[in-house]
Design a protein around this ligand. Structure first.
Ligand code: HEC
Ligand code: HEC
Ligand code: HEC
Ligand code: HEC
Ligand code: HEC
Length: 217
């Protein structure tokens, strides 16, 4: 039988397959490694240079999330407020209080407060706040009862499985846009019906949502 390929091509194809397999396993391992090391534990408050309390500011005082997280509706990232935002009140309220010493020092020196990140997805995952907020996903769906939190913690695992639970069936989670910042919102009994109407109204692309390239680009 005439040979279509040189005699050692079988060995070459074999090594190519093994090489590809090894590369794939390495890739998964490296991704999994970074996935593990970049995350805080669920439900454990992260220590901060200032004991800022959401339950006091967003809960008791009733400040809207957007008072401080001003970019959350328009940008991929929700910003952490600059010291200036704190000083609109704290240049008059509890001036000289030790609990606010680091805020005062930051203001005096012009150096930003170095907040520790609570949520931090691996770099190979793309996330966008404005896309979610404008499609009717509430802050509390992902971050929990922030207005009752003293310290800040991760309320959800933020694993791929968790993201996909919603990306495969967004109608089970969507609320009217007007309720996105409402921390007390409770889903109605006819959630699926409401959700399907909102998927339509907000032009949510249910075909694109579960695809790998939506989050890994
Ligand atoms: C008075 C300003 C202020 C208001 C109002 C406010 N926050 Fe914050 N938020 C902060 C500051 C400062 C931090 C950083 C310190 C921390 O993580 O505790 C923060 C951190 C966060 C984080 C964690 C960020 C990270 O590192 O991953 C989330 C989530 C969050 N806020 C959600 C909310 C939600 C939801 C609301 C509305 C219910 C809200 N915040 C209202 C000032 C504010
Ligand atoms: C809208 C006004 C307002 C803004 C803006 C504001 N605070 Fe406050 N903050 C208050 C009030 C009111 C209190 C409670 C005062 C009291 O009970 O004596 C307070 C209390 C505090 C305390 C003391 C908590 C305690 O009892 O130990 C800290 C720390 C604090 N704020 C940090 C911050 C930081 C950091 C920012 C900016 C991210 C900020 N605040 C923005 C009004 C504000
Ligand atoms: C679909 C889930 C989801 C919703 C809805 C959501 N967040 Fe987030 N939030 C996240 C994830 C995931 C991160 C981490 C992003 C990263 O590491 O790139 C995050 C991070 C943050 C941060 C830290 C800064 C940043 O962008 O990394 C703040 C502040 C925050 N969210 C506030 C809010 C507020 C306020 C709302 C409501 C208006 C909100 N989030 C709605 C999932 C969500
Ligand atoms: C509770 C529901 C829900 C959860 C949880 C959720 N998403 Fe989404 N996501 C949506 C909806 C709804 C959209 C809007 C789709 C559209 O507009 O077509 C969206 C859109 C996106 C987009 C597209 C943004 C763009 O600019 O096109 C990305 C990326 C994304 N989500 C990543 C994530 C990641 C990563 C997580 C987990 C950390 C996550 N999402 C968790 C509901 C969710
Ligand atoms: C809705 C967003 C989203 C979609 C869609 C998505 N992923 Fe992911 N993926 C994530 C998040 C979030 C992580 C975990 C990141 C972290 O832990 O910080 C992740 C992690 C991974 C990892 C690392 C290993 C692990 O499990 O932690 C691999 C590999 C991966 N994704 C492959 C895929 C493939 C293949 C698809 C398509 C079938 C896909 N992803 C679709 C969000 C998504």
């Amino acid at each position: 039988m005439p040979q279509a390929f040189p005699p050692n091509s079988n060995a070459f194809a074999k090594w190519l397959l093994i090489g590809g397999g090894v590369f794939f396993v390495l890739l998964i391992t490296v991704m999994a490694f970074f996935a593990r090391t970049s995350n805080n534990a669920v439900g454990v408050p992260v220590s901060q240079p200032v004991t800022f309390q959401h339950n006091l500011h967003a809960g008791q005082l009733g400040l809207d999330c957007r008072y401080c997280h001003t970019s959350v509706e328009v940008e991929a990232s929700a910003n952490i407020p600059p010291t200036e935002t704190c000083m609109t009140c704290h240049s008059q309220i509890r001036v000289g209080d030790p609990a606010l010493a680091a805020v005062q020092a930051s203001w005096d020196n012009g150096t930003p407060i170095e907040w520790n990140r609570v949520h931090d997805l691996a770099d190979y995952v793309y996330f966008n706040h404005s896309a979610h907020v404008n499609s009717g996903v509430g802050c509390s769906t992902c971050h929990g009862a922030v207005d009752e939190m003293g310290g800040m913690w991760k309320n959800e695992s933020l694993t791929m499985g968790w993201c996909l639970e919603c990306h495969r069936a967004p109608e089970e989670y969507l609320r009217p846009r007007s309720e996105v910042f409402n921390q007390d919102y409770v889903a109605p009994a006819n959630q699926t019906e409401l959700g399907l109407a909102l998927v339509e109204a907000y032009h949510v692309n249910t075909e694109k949502l579960p695809q790998c390239s939506t989050c890994h680009r």
